[in-house]
Structures are given as C-alpha cells and as structure tokens.
Design a protein around this ligand. Sequence first.
Ligand code: GN1
Ligand code: MG
Length: 353
Amino acid sequence: MKEAIFRFPTEGRPISCKQIKSGHINETYLITTDTGAKYILQWINRYVFPNVDALMNNMSAISRFLRGRGGDMAMIRYMDTLDGRSYYDDGQGGCWRSYRFVDNSICLQRPECPEDFLECARAFGHFQYALRDFPVQGLEETIERFHHTPDRFRRFRQAMEENRAGRFQSVMPEVTFALEREERACRLQKMREQGLLPVRPAHNDTKINNVLLDKDSRKAICVIDLDTVMPGLSVHDFGDAIRFGASTGAEDERDLSKVSLDLALFRVFTRGFTQSCPSLTHAELEMLPLGAYTMTLECGLRFLTDYLDGDRYFSIDRPGHNLDRCRTQFKLVEDMENKWAEMERIVREETGI
Ligand code: GN1
Ligand code: MG
C-alpha cells in the first residue's frame, strides 16, 4: 500500500493498491477501500515537472472555468489532503495527488472501433472549444518550451554532442531522418511566432488513453491528465491524437511493417474534432495535417534524444525501448509523407475549407 493515500480523506479504510501501467512519466495507482470506494493516487515525476504548484494551479483554474461553463463533459476533481493542501509532499522528493475513481469508466490504449476514436475526438475538440475564451496568459508553462519544435531540435543536437550513453554511432539513420525534416517540422512554430496561428489553452498530450469512456455506452466522460495544459496550438492537440490513435501499430511496436497511418481513423478524428470545436480558424483547419506530421516527428525526436541521453526522461521496460519508440514515429512520418495528398483531401472534405 502506498502510504501517501492515508494523507487524503478517503471513504473507508484503504485495503488494496494496484499499479496502473499507463503513461511514461507519472506513476498511477488504483486504491480500493473496505467500503468498496475507489481512488486514483498519482505520484508526480519531479524531474519532468519541477513546479508542482504551477501544475496544480493550472488544473484548478481550468476546472473552475469549465465547471462554470457547464456542458456535458465532466472534470475530475482532485481531493485536498487532510491538512488542506492540493497535493501531499512526502518530504523525500515525491509529490502525490488523488481523486475519486470515475465509476464505470475505462481508458483505452487504442481505439477498438472507429466510434471510440470519434468519442476521443469529440472530447478533445470539446475541451478546446470550451476553453476558447479562457485567458491563456493566466496559465503557467509547466514544462518550458514543451512543444517548441525548434527547441526540441536544439536539445537533440546537444544530446548528440554530449553523447552521454555512447549510442550516437548506432543511430545514424535516425539522426539523418530527423535532420532532413527539420525545416518542415519547425514551420508551425514559425507560424505561431508570426501570429498566423492563435495561442490557445491546449491539452498538449492528447493520447486516446487520456480520455475516460463510459464502459457501457462507450461515450466520452472526460479528458484527464491535465499536467501539460498550457498555452499552445490546437493543431498540436489534433496532431498528437492522430500520432497515437490513428497508427495501426503500438507506439513501441518492433515490427515496423505493422506501423502506418490509418486514413479511416484520420477521417473520423478530423470529423469529431472539428465538429465539436467550431471556433477553429481557417489557418488552423488548413494546418491539421501538418499538426499530425509535426507532433509525430517531434515525438520521435524526443524519444531519440532520450535514448542518446541514456533514458532519463521516459520510463522504459526494456533496453532500446526509446529507440523502438522513435522508429515507430519515424515510420509513421514516412507514411504520412506518402499519404499527404489524401490527408489534405480528407481535411478539405470534412471541414469544407
Ligand atoms: C508522455 O506519460 P504520458 O504517456 O502521458 C509525454 C508526452 C508524450 C508521450 C508519448 C509530460 O506522456 O508528451 O507524447 O509520453 N508527457 C510528457 O507517449 O512529456
Ligand atoms: Mg501525460
């Protein structure tokens, strides 16, 4: 049992604790008490999120705003600790938070049918739309330059130079692949700087497993994992969801012949996201395919950077795990290049631009 749970006002006495393997950064546990009440307890990774107060402040500002707005999408509510704080600092570098498990909810690692992905799109589209007039300057950057692609390339170059794990020589094909695509991948950040794309409150981590679905109706209940909500681009939210959910293979699949972009899922997501977020500008709609491309390349680059650094950021389950993940992302990028005209056509057909 994780001792931290006793710092929170649970209903009943905690009797079991099971780790939920989902995500590469924080640790998540399902706690059950003797009355049958269930809670999620989470350990926050301070290496990745040094400023836990900023993260919890963002989250409560967003929750307050969304609750005030009403609508059919729920919001999880973190519990205060018994001594009235928003999280528990265990004094040994660990920070913990907890919320009541959402009854009858499931989260998927991949869509089991197109409707699951449509629900995921509706949830993230609705999230964007509901926050369309949230004062974005009130949000703190919980991770500096999180989706600043040019800065990701800068850090990548630094990792190559430092070559901490001595792996540089073994990843030359991946290095070349990334560098050849740098200009295209940095285009959205340029557009942001030129004011061509609006800066909005973005979720920034829109994997399908960050949406809770109702186990029976399979309808989206709410969006979770708000740790990376900060000023960003809507096209990144679209793109990250495609990168993960519209791939025919798992993020760490070793057989690359299984990894490609599923255009039917791409279409479904485009439909759900844009219909539930009618506030997207013409430029944002036009850039949706580039959002998918950028987030996939950037994510591959981040895995590669971490591989060069000796796996310090993303948790791994096997040697070479980050390199495997990098390769699936790059394979997907290549497939998007081949399917580019179709991606653009789908966006035109679904949005009417
Ligand atoms: C990390 O931990 P998880 O799975 O929610 C990462 C995302 C990556 C993702 C890749 C804070 O998210 O940016 O896209 O792994 N989160 C952070 O699967 O870096
Ligand atoms: Mg996350």
